[in-house]
Design a protein around this ligand. Structure first.
Ligand SMILES: [Zn+2]
Length: 413
């Protein structure tokens, strides 16, 4: 199939939006229109091709963009891009309308200069009407651009001590990555007591979106690993939580295997990563890890002995924090859940091993239980569980701010 793909850039809603972006290279300049609305019919085709040597290919839900010898791999509906083994978060999700690929402007402004190693510099316009991507002459490229920021450095520095947020009492800016489990060809559990063909991936996405809204309402920056029905590699999901991300929360729905007691088991439980201790914990971990069989095997996760050791160190560093986060979220969710409190659990979830921050997985109830199933499929139930998880996250962040203040009292910030 040969499809002509045009590239239009979109900005995050409500961000100061340039009308156009100017691309300046030694070989000439070109202006790229910027649209702020989803689904806008393709604006006059921006011709990124000639000046930047850009190639675009669409394969299923995967978009591959080549630029200056660097290959960027996007997943439609997922707010990140992979380049050279590094995962970069994006402020919006790529999507396709007719024959046009829509990419967030953030990709061009932030990811390209970082990934293409000092050959481009982004110059935002003071008025916000036009930004410029400037290709540097080869000779000055090495010295003209400071080395790119290590990916572990905070992107959003904590704002100076300010009045606490009136809703939450939080003083600093926080970021959370929300991971709606499963998606695309991986439906998750079949959802015996969900109505009208709903399956686990639908419920996790609905709760994930509501959780993002609840956190936004509490002035916390929340990002989804997927905002549509698409499959993201398990190892890429956790990798999205770094830099400005304080914690990672994966949302799932539990299921009991067929059996005489299958219908009776109900309730909410929250996992943090460690070796599974009981047979039941092993069952849940195995079930959620099975998504690996749907994946493509091109993941960016560190592999081999060194990657394993590095992951292990990070995991230990965040184990205690993860356990506390899990307890606070579990306490909050159990208060509103009709199925009861199954407590905090530990198991080896692949999705949690790659997060660089405290990470938990909430099994929001059992699709194999009539009451839990009806609760999770209802709008009221989904709102309740999202709001309760958000409250638990705020409780954890308040505790985190308190500990940081104790650890660095003399810094006066
Ligand atoms: Zn699941």
């Amino acid at each position: 199939m040969s499809v002509l793909l045009w590239l239009v850039l979109v900005t995050a809603p409500r961000a100061p939006a340039p009308q156009a972006v100017l691309i300046v290279t030694p070989r000439g300049e070109t202006s790229v229109p910027v649209t702020t609305e989803r689904g806008t019919a393709a604006v006059a085709a921006p011709r990124l091709g000639p000046p930047l040597g850009l190639t675009v290919a669409l394969d299923g839900s995967r978009v591959t963009v080549g630029l200056s010898g660097v290959v960027f791999v996007f997943q439609l509906g997922a707010p990140f891009v992979r380049a050279g083994g590094v995962v970069y978060g994006l402020v919006g999700e790529p999507y396709v309308a007719r024959d046009t690929v829509f990419l967030p402007l953030h990709w061009l402004a932030d990811c390209v200069p970082r990934a293409v190693g000092g050959r481009y510099r982004w110059e935002p316009a003071p008025g916000g009407d036009t930004g410029r991507l400037v290709e540097l002459p080869i000779a000055s490229a090495v010295t003209a651009t400071p080395p790119s920021t290590p990916s572990t450095a905070p992107v959003l520095p904590p704002s100076p001590a300010s009045a606490p947020n009136p809703i939450t009492g939080l003083r600093l800016r926080h970021g959370v990555v929300i991971d709606p489990g499963h998606g695309g060809v991986d439906p998750g559990n079949p959802g015996r007591y969900f109505p009208s063909g709903l399956v686990e991936k639908d419920i996790t996405l609905a709760i994930g979106r509501l959780l993002r809204a609840e956190l936004t309402r509490r002035a916390i920056v929340a990002t989804l690993t997927r905002s549509t029905d698409t499959l993201i590699d398990l190892t890429d999901r956790g990798a999205l939580c770094k830099a400005a991300c304080d914690l990672f929360v994966s949302i799932h729905v539990n299921a009991m295997p067929d059996g005489r007691r299958a219908d009776r088991v109900s309730g909410v439980e929250t996992y943090f990563l460690s070796d599974a201790k009981t047979e039941d914990q092993q069952r849940v971990a195995q079930m959620e890890n099975e998504a690996i069989s749907f994946e493509t095997g091109t993941s960016s996760a560190a592999t081999g002995p060194l990657g394993f050791i590095l992951r292990d160190l990070q995991v230990n560093e965040y184990l205690r924090e993860s356990a506390q986060l899990a307890q606070l979220v579990q306490d909050s969710a159990a208060r509103i859940h009709p199925g009861g409190d199954r407590g905090v659990q530990q198991a080896g979830f692949t999705v949690l091993t790659t997060a660089r921050r405290p990470a938990i997985l909430v099994e929001t109830g059992f699709a194999t239980n009539r009451t839990d199933g009806a609760f999770l499929a209802s709008s009221l139930g989904q709102h309740k569980i999202a709001s309760a998880i958000a409250d638990g996250i705020v409780a954890y962040l308040l505790e985190l701010e308190r500990k940081r203040a104790v650890a660095a009292p003399a810094r006066g910030r």
